[in-house]
Design a binder for this molecule. Structure first.
Ligand SMILES: *Cc1c(COP(=O)(O)O)cnc(C)c1O
Ligand code: SF4
Length: 315
């Protein structure tokens, strides 16, 4: 399929980006979390460079071989109610619909998750637990599923009276906005529950007008579109990078929801920004952006009943 064209081979992407010498040698392939870059993202990467915000997020580099960190930094395994259901927070449960993504973000905290598809069991558990009012379709990326598979999941959730909100957590649209087809929009439009979209986006370099047009079509269905970002060293850890991102989103009617402190997964520690710097950046942004365009700076601490808002260095 044309829209799925992209890169999975380190040699091919190194050739495409015209990487030579030392730079080229730094590109690695990891069997456990292979390179996966959609064409649209690759086209936005400057040639002959591995230190721009896009290459840093998606090119597997030798930095990943450094030790440290943990396999499951957010305690997903402990909150597993079944292979595909995480129930960590009151009222909200997260359905791991698939392990597939449109792209492999090198800092992904779920890169080691043992995905299995047992959606039936998960939906049956949701139907029996009256406390679950919102189901988050996550993964992987729920938009990796076919329209047919997504429609099936949504129809089954719609049958459960106590589920009132269906939330999508997705990054797919940033790599492949063409995924927002008329058929997909029709599924959203016919959904009898409130739908909410949370799109993962980290820097303005990832975005373009096609992506905003796709988000506009979703917003046109009275579906709120929010974003979540991860604070990443040399990608978005400056006032100017975050300002440009959040202001752009605000001008497009998209509301920045969360800025996450990095989850310390093995192979991603080179992305870590000190919390003190994150706090300073958020405070500077508060001075120059509308309040609604400044996301909550949060961290996921295993065992806590919600994401923890970082307001001081004490937490
Ligand atoms: C982040 C997360 C949620 C959603 O939390 P909100 O604060 O409501 O956005 C739900 N379940 C799990 C397992 C999560 O990691
Ligand atoms: S899109 Fe999300 S789940 Fe997929 S690799 Fe990126 S961060 Fe991980």
């Amino acid at each position: 399929m044309e829209q799925r064209k992209g890169f999975k081979d380190p040699v091919a992407i190194a050739d495409y980006l015209e990487l030579r010498g030392e730079m080229r040698k730094r590109v690695i392939q990891r069997k456990d979390f292979p390179l996966h870059i959609p064409l649209r993202i690759a086209e936005k990467m400057p040639k002959g460079c591995i230190s721009n915000p896009l290459a840093l997020q998606f090119l597997p580099l030798d930095d990943e071989l450094k030790g440290g960190g943990v396999i499951d930094p957010v305690g997903d395994r402990k909150s597993q109610k079944s292979d595909a259901l995480l129930h960590k927070y009151e009222g909200r449960a997260l359905l791991l619909t698939t392990g597939a993504c449109a792209m492999h973000c090198r800092y992904c905290f779920r890169q080691n998750y043992p995905y299995q598809s047992s959606i039936d069991e998960a939906i049956s558990l949701i139907s029996k637990d009256l406390s679950i009012k919102e189901v988050i379709l996550s993964g992987g990326d729920p938009l990796s599923l076919s329209d047919k598979a997504l429609k099936d999941i949504m129809l089954r959730l719609e049958e459960i009276a106590h589920v009132e909100i269906i939330r999508f957590h997705t990054r797919f649209i940033v790599g492949i906005p063409e995924r927002v087809t008329a058929k997909f929009l029709d599924i959203l439009a016919k959904c009898s529950k409130q739908v909410v979209f949370v799109v993962h986006v980290n820097c303005i370099e990832e975005l373009d007008e096609d992506i905003f047009l796709a988000l506009d079509q979703i917003r046109a269905l009275s579906i709120p579109v929010l974003t979540q970002s991860v604070l990443l060293k040399n990608v978005n850890d400056s006032k100017s990078a975050l300002y440009r991102l959040f202001w752009k989103l605000a001008t497009k009617g998209v509301i920045p929801y969360y800025l996450h402190q990095l989850d310390r997964v093995t192979g991603a520690l080179h992305f870590e920004v000190p919390k003190s710097k994150g706090l300073k950046l958020i405070s500077e942004l508060r001075d120059c952006l509308p309040g609604y365009a400044v996301p909550l700076f949060v961290q996921e601490i295993p065992g806590h009943p919600s994401k923890t808002v970082i307001q001081s260095l004490l937490n």
